[in-house]
Design a protein around this ligand. Structure first.
Ligand code: PRP
Ligand code: URA
Length: 212
């Protein structure tokens, strides 16, 4: 795959361990959902090394000292429906008060083209750091369109997080949105003829919500 400055692939050993269980077809819905959440939390820590901090005065039992806290109300989470919903709690573990917007996308199963069917974002999102989340980055069509939708509504500081990325999808997002850091936990081999990631984990939405 071509090298992009805005693509970050995590090689944390704990993420590797959890992804091995996530991929297993015998992993049930409850454990799958918990793993998606846990991996997202680790990814959130790793991807927020540049989080905006503001100075605050703190009184310890001994003296007053200047410390640094995350700026209030500075983060929003936007899951791509539906599988992205599985990642929201994972980001909330790190930023419990982050507001949540939703973008609904589904892939036409024949053309693999994404269709937007819903978009509701928190007021003032254009001033926040936005985490766009979706566990699967396959052809990249859904992520590119969701990023277009966020930018059209004024968002400027966006991070995209996916658990599994296919080379084709990662390249498509990274080149269409060079200003957006793209974080993936693992980079898989390829897509199959139906646009599924190989080796992948199957259909993330179905495994999260038990629909198949
Ligand atoms: C999946 C996944 C992404 C999209 C990725 O959603 O959650 O949104 O496919 O594919 P792409 O990179 O080729 O666009 P899906 O359309 O299956 O909908 P769902 O989340 O409702 O299951
Ligand atoms: N969406 C999924 O849920 N899985 C894939 O492998 C590709 C797209």
């Amino acid at each position: 795959m071509k090298k992009f400055d805005n693509v970050f692939v995590f090689d944390h050993p704990l993420i590797k361990h959890k992804i091995a269980i996530l991929r297993d077809k015998n992993t049930g819905m409850k454990e799958f959902r918990e793993l998606v959440e846990e991996i997202t939390t680790i990814m959130t820590y790793e991807s927020m090394r540049d989080v905006r901090l503001v100075p605050v005065e703190v009184e310890t039992p001994l003296e007053t000292v200047t410390q640094y806290k995350v700026a209030e109300d500075s983060v929003a989470i936007v899951p791509i429906l539906r599988a992205g919903l599985g990642m929201v709690n994972g980001v909330h573990k790190v930023f419990p008060t982050a507001k949540v917007g939703h973008i609904g996308m589904y892939r036409n199963e024949e053309t693999l083209q994404p269709q937007e069917y819903y978009c509701k974002l928190p007021d003032g999102i254009e001033k926040k750091t936005v985490f766009l989340v979706d566990p699967m980055l396959a052809t990249g069509g859904s992520a590119v369109d969701a990023l277009d939708a966020l930018k059209k509504r004024g968002c400027k500081d966006i991070k995209f997080m996916a658990i599994i990325g296919a080379p084709q999808g990662v390249e498509k997002v990274a080149s269409a949105h060079p200003d957006v850091p793209v974080y993936v936990s693992t980079l898989d081999r390829q897509l199959n003829e139906n646009g599924y990631i190989l080796p992948g984990l199957g259909d993330a939405g179905d495994r999260l919500f038990g629909t198949k």
